[in-house]
Ligand binder design. Structure first.
Ligand code: ZN
Length: 163
């Protein structure tokens, strides 16, 4: 089995049996991401423990790439401090867009998505979950920073679109 087959197998596996599928209720942060080009729609909810993502779950509907990417992302970021999640986010962006990017070992199974860069139309499918995670964290930060009256207004869920 060469590396390409192995990567394809990882994506098929995570699409068939997505990890951390569902919704956390209550959640500390949540967001919905929509990729109108493909029709992917993901909902992401998370619980934080200080600066660490303690738990997260996603659900929704989308193509195999978007579901596998979200599943792989939940496994990769669960339990990690936000600074590490931020670094992964940037590495994923480079993996999906730069042909000569040498992925660091920390990406682990996420490297399976590297082949997507050969299909520019699918890059948004693979990156949707990451943009959704960023939106959920930004919303959470805004709610934390706001005073009590503004917090109620900010408590509504973030919705992002890749368009
Ligand atoms: Zn898609």
């Amino acid at each position: 089995m060469d590396l390409k087959d192995l990567y394809r197998e990882v994506i098929l596996d995570h699409n068939r049996s997505p990890r951390n599928f569902g919704r956390l209720d209550p959640a500390d942060a949540a967001a919905t991401g929509h990729n109108p080009l493909c029709g992917d729609r993901l909902h992401l909810s998370l619980r934080l423990d200080g600066d660490r993502i303690r738990e997260l779950a996603f659900d929704g509907q989308g193509c195999a790439i978007s579901v596998a990417s979200a599943s792989l992302m939940t496994e990769a970021v669960k339990g990690r401090p936000r600074a590490e999640v931020e670094a992964l986010y940037h590495d994923m962006h480079r993996l999906l867009t730069e042909t000569d990017f040498q992925p660091p070992r920390e990406l682990g199974k996420l490297m399976a998505l590297g082949g997507v860069r050969e299909f520019p139309a699918r890059v948004k499918c693979a990156s949707l979950c990451w943009h959704t995670l960023e939106a959920a964290l930004r919303q959470h930060d805004a709610a934390q920073a706001a005073d009590a009256s503004a917090r109620a207004a900010a408590a509504s869920e973030a919705i992002i679109s890749t368009e």
